[in-house]
Write a protein that binds this ligand. Structure first.
Ligand code: SF4
Length: 462
C-alpha cells in the first residue's frame, strides 16, 4: 500500500474540492444509508460534506462517480446484505476504474469486517468507521494521491461540530444530543462500534434546534443511544430533562420527540417535563425488551420489571392515557415459556400504543452470542405471533379512545394506499389518514377522527 503524509482536514478539504472542480462535468455521488435514525443523521452530514466538496447527487449507482454505503451493525443479516450489495456493484468498478466506492458506519467499525473488506472486496476504495463525515475529505485526499483501499476504523470519541448537513426533510429533522453508549446490553454491538458516551454542549444543541425552528422545521427528534444519560460527562448539573425544558422555551410551532430512552435512567424529572412541556410530544418510548427479570438480568439491562412498572405507574397516575411505546426482543437465548408469558403479562398491564418487536438475532462480538440457547426457531416465531396478536388487540382498543375527538397532526405525506388522502402523525405518534391537499404537507392540521383501527386513525380535516 502506498502511504503519504495526510495534511490537516482543512487542507484535505481544499485539495479535494479543487480536484473535483477540475472535472469537466460535476461528478455525482450515490449515498445509501442502512439502519437506525442515528445512522440516518450521520448520512445527512456525509451528504452535506460531499456537497460542500462539490459532488452532485444521484439515485442511480450506475451514474455515480462515488458510491457510499453507510452501514449498520445491529443485525448480522443486514451485514450480509451489505456484502451482497458490494458484490453486485463490482462490475461498475470494472467498467469505470475511476469510480470511488466507499463503505462507512458501524459495520465497518468492526476490525473483522474491515479485514474481510480489505481481503475480499478489493474494489472498495475507502473504509471508514462510524461518524465518518468529518474524516471523509482526508480519506478522499489519500485516495486521490494513490492510496489503495484506504482504511480508518478508529472509534473516535470527539464530537465534530459545525459540519455541513444536507437534511432530507424541510419540516422534520434529527438532532443528535450525544454519541456512544456505556451500557453494554449483552445483545448489542453499539458500544463496541460507537464508543463511550459523550454529550454535545447544550448551547450547540439549543442553537441547532432554534435555527431549525426558525427555518420552519415542525418536528425535531433528539437522538442518542440513551438520551437519559445526557450530560453526565459534562458536569455542571445539566441533564436530559433540563435540556428538554430549555429547548421547550424556544418560541414557535413545533414538536420535540426523542429516542432512545433507557428505563434504568428514566427519572420522574423526565416524566414531569413530558407531562408539562408545551412542545414535547405526549409519548414516551421506553424499551422494556422483556417482561422477565431473569431475561433482563441476562441482557444486562439493569432494571427490574417492578422498577419499570413503577415508572409506568408514575406517568399514568398523572395522565391515565399517556402514550407509551416499547421495544421487545422475543426468544433471547434460553427464554423459557414462563419468561415469555411474563412478557405477555407486562404488555397487557402497560397497554402500549405501539411496539417494535424483534426475534432475537445473534450478533457476533456480543456476550449473548456465546449464551446457550435451547429454544427452537419455530417456537420463537410462534411466540412472536402471539405477542403481535396481543399488541394488535391492545392497539385497536387504545386507538378507539380517539373516536369522535379532534386531534392535532403534523401532515407528513400522501397516502400510498388511498390516493387523495394525506398521512400525518398525532403528538402520540399515531398514524392518521384524511382527505387533503398535498399543500398541507409539512404543516399542522386539526383532524376529526371518524374511524380507528389497530394500525391507524382516520378522519377529516377541520
Ligand atoms: S443502551 Fe443497550 S441496546 Fe441501547 S445502544 Fe446501549 S448497549 Fe445497545
Amino acid at each position: 500500500m502506498q502511504t503519504q503524509t495526510i495534511p490537516s482536514p482543512e487542507e484535505c478539504q481544499k485539495a479535494v474540492r479543487a480536484w473535483i472542480e477540475s472535472f469537466p462535468v460535476q461528478p455525482l455521488a450515490y449515498l445509501h444509508s442502512f439502519g437506525c435514525q442515528l445512522n440516518a443523521a450521520d448520512a445527512e452530514q456525509i451528504a452535506g460534506v460531499l456537497t460542500s466538496l462539490g459532488y452532485g447527487r444521484t439515485e442511480d449507482p450506475a451514474k455515480a462517480s462515488l458510491i457510499l454505503y453507510n452501514t449498520c451493525a445491529v443485525r448480522e443479516n443486514a451485514e450480509d446484505r451489505v456484502f451482497g450489495t458490494l458484490g453486485s456493484i463490482k462490475h461498475l468498478k470494472e467498467q469505470n476504474p475511476a469510480l470511488i466506492i466507499c463503505v462507512t458506519g458501524c459495520m465497518t467499525a468492526q476490525p473483522q469486517v474491515a479485514e474481510t473488506l480489505r481481503r475480499s472486496y478489493r474494489h472498495v476504495d475507502i473504509v471508514l468507521g462510524s461518524a465518518a463525515a468529518s474524516r471523509l475529505p482526508s480519506m478522499l485526499y489519500a485516495h486521490m494521491h494513490g492510496q489503495r483501499h484506504a482504511q480508518d476504523i478508529t472509534v473516535y470519541e470527539d464530537i465534530p461540530e459545525g459540519l455541513p448537513t444536507q437534511r432530507t426533510s424541510s419540516f422534520k429533522a434529527a438532532v443528535p444530543v450525544m454519541y456512544g453508549c456505556n451500557n453494554f446490553c449483552t445483545y448489542c454491538i453499539v458500544p463496541y462500534v460507537r464508543g463511550r458516551e459523550r454529550s454535545r454542549q447544550p448551547e450547540q444543541i439549543i442553537e441547532e434546534v432554534r435555527s431549525l425552528i426558525e427555518g420552519g422545521c415542525k418536528e425535531i427528534m433528539l437522538l442518542g443511544q440513551n438520551v437519559n444519560s445526557y450530560g453526565r460527562d459534562l458536569g455542571g448539573g445539566m441533564d436530559f430533562p433540563a435540556l428538554l425544558r430549555q429547548i421547550d422555551r424556544i418560541p414557535g410551532e413545533y414538536w420535540i420527540r426523542f429516542m432512545s430512552s433507557h428505563p434504568k435512567d428514566a427519572t420522574p424529572a423526565l416524566m414531569d417535563a413530558l407531562l408539562t412541556g408545551e412542545h414535547l410530544a405526549r409519548t414516551l418510548h421506553l424499551p422494556v425488551q422483556s417482561g422477565s427479570n431473569d431475561v433482563l438480568s441476562r441482557m444486562n439491562r439493569r432494571y427490574t420489571v417492578e422498577k419499570y412498572l413503577s415508572q409506568v405507574q408514575y406517568i399514568r397516575e398523572r395522565d391515565p392515557q399517556f402514550s407509551l411505546t416499547t421495544d421487545l426482543i422475543v426468544g433471547f437465548p434460553d427464554e423459557s415459556e414462563a419468561d415469555f408469558e411474563a412478557t405477555l403479562r407486562l404488555v397487557e398491564e402497560v397497554r402500549y400504543d405501539n411496539m417494535y418487536a424483534f426475534i432475537y438475532s445473534k450478533r457476533t462480538g456480543t456476550k449473548a452470542a456465546a449464551m446457550p440457547d435451547s429454544t427452537s426457531a419455530a417456537e420463537k416465531s410462534e411466540r412472536m405471533q402471539r405477542l403481535l396478536s396481543l399488541q394488535r388487540r391492545i392497539s385497536t382498543e387504545n386507538n378507539a379512545r380517539f373516536l369522535g375527538k379532534t386531534v392535532r397532526v403534523l401532515c407528513d405525506g400522501e397516502s400510498r394506499k388511498r390516493p387523495g388522502n394525506l398521512t400525518g402523525r398525532t403528538s402520540e405518534n399515531l398514524v392518521t389518514e384524511f382527505p387533503g391537499d398535498p399543500s398541507r404537507i409539512g404543516h399542522f392540521a386539526q383532524v376529526q377522527i371518524t374511524q380507528t383501527s389497530g394500525g391507524m386513525l382516520s378522519g377529516h380535516l377541520l
